[in-house]
Ligand binder design. Structure first.
Ligand SMILES: *Cc1c(COP(=O)(O)O)cnc(C)c1O
Ligand code: SF4
Length: 343
């Protein structure tokens, strides 16, 4: 991967930053990924249809953190398409969190009091096989630049909204010039106090945390919260730690959300190690999501009883601030649902 040296940052031109080059050279062919890892192509036999519907995408730096010759590597399992994704499983549907009905304007989701979520782009740096938006109609429902005025008007008419969440896809897949312009437009609404970024890029493409990004983050009058998305401690190597340090250096509050995934992090040891490593990187665990029942992801499902047992074990091992809240997203509810931990 491209190291995060000061030279790498200086050498990247504004109109073609180093992270864009890293994106262009990301792995898109699952056979190449398997070759790199010394794994047989049979692992993806029968996965043609899921692969066509939701292609493989893995930045090289992220692949470099996978163990060689280990088909059950927790990072590989998050990105490798499998034949079993094609199975139709009762209860697993295309819009499990009810985004469709909550669309309040182009790309604006207003489900929760005081917070509105803006779908900025459908693009991501990695394709996670468990993603609840793997079937989301981004082309019709993203807040592209032509729609910003409508979004601003919608927000102005609802002065109780004081936090805007940029989501996606991944908002940091947009260029800094575009993001800085969007944030400047949002700053013109006096009601807004906080800007939240929901992004997996500091984890899967730490090159993204470059001088261009830090410049507009530092400049904003809004308090900025960055909710990263890591599911396993192995994702957080030194390049990620450096990127997270940089974000903290410009005053960004860092939180993490994870998804509980069978075969990736569905045991107390893995999640304990994740919490400890997050804290070393200056990040507090925020949410641990039960899997959204999205078609194609049933093989990641973890029973609720197992989930609560794992979180109870975490509470016995970790300080309270390192235990994430176990939640489930439910269509039509006015907040995420916290799962009670009783035995
Ligand atoms: C999760 C989510 C939020 C943020 O919820 P918090 O509990 O504040 O983290 C806001 N809007 C939507 C649509 C969400 O899914
Ligand atoms: S980065 Fe987030 S939105 Fe993109 S595929 Fe992964 S989970 Fe889904």
């Amino acid at each position: 991967m491209i190291p995060l040296t000061p030279q790498a940052i200086q050498n990247s031109r504004d109109d073609d930053p180093a992270w864009r080059a890293a994106m262009r050279s990301a792995i898109r062919d699952p056979r190449e990924l398997l070759d790199l890892l010394d794994l047989p192509h049979e692992l993806i036999a029968g996965a043609e249809a899921p692969l066509r519907a939701f292609p493989l995408l893995v930045p090289r730096g992220y692949a470099a953190r996978m163990r060689r010759a280990d088909a059950s590597d927790p990072l590989l399992r998050q990105v490798l398409p499998l034949a079993k994704e094609a199975a139709s499983v009762p209860g697993f549907v295309t819009d499990p969190v009810g985004d469709g009905p909550a669309l309040a304007g182009p790309g604006l989701l207003h489900k929760y009091h005081g917070r509105a979520l803006l779908i900025t782009t459908g693009a991501c740096a990695v394709h996670c096989r468990y993603c609840f938006r793997r079937h989301y109609p981004y082309a019709e429902a993203s807040a592209s630049r032509g729609h910003w005025n409508t979004v601003l008007e919608t927000l102005r008419a609802q002065p109780e909204i004081d936090e805007i969440i940029l989501s996606g896809g991944d908002p940091l897949m947009l260029d800094d010039e575009k993001l800085a312009a969007l944030v400047a437009a949002l700053e013109s609404l006096p009601q807004l106090r906080r800007l939240r970024l929901h992004t997996r890029l500091p984890v899967v493409l730490p090159e993204r945390v470059d001088a261009g990004l830090l410049t507009w983050l530092r400049r904003s009058r809004l308090r900025i919260v960055c909710v990263i998305h890591a599911n396993h401690a192995n994702e957080l190597d030194d390049s990620v730690a450096t990127a997270l340090d940089r974000l903290r250096g410009v005053g960004v509050t860092l939180l993490n959300q994870s998804v509980l995934l069978r075969g990736v992090n569905d045991d107390a040891d893995a999640l304990e190690a994740l919490s400890r490593r997050l804290f070393e990187c200056g990040v507090l665990p925020y949410y641990l999501h039960l899997l959204d029942a999205v078609a194609g992801a049933a093989h990641f499902d973890t029973p609720e009883a197992r989930a609560t047992a794992i979180v109870r074990a975490l509470r016995a091992r970790l300080p309270g601030y390192l235990v994430p809240r176990l939640v489930r997203e439910e269509a039509g509810h006015d907040a995420k649902t916290e799962i009670p931990l009783r035995a």
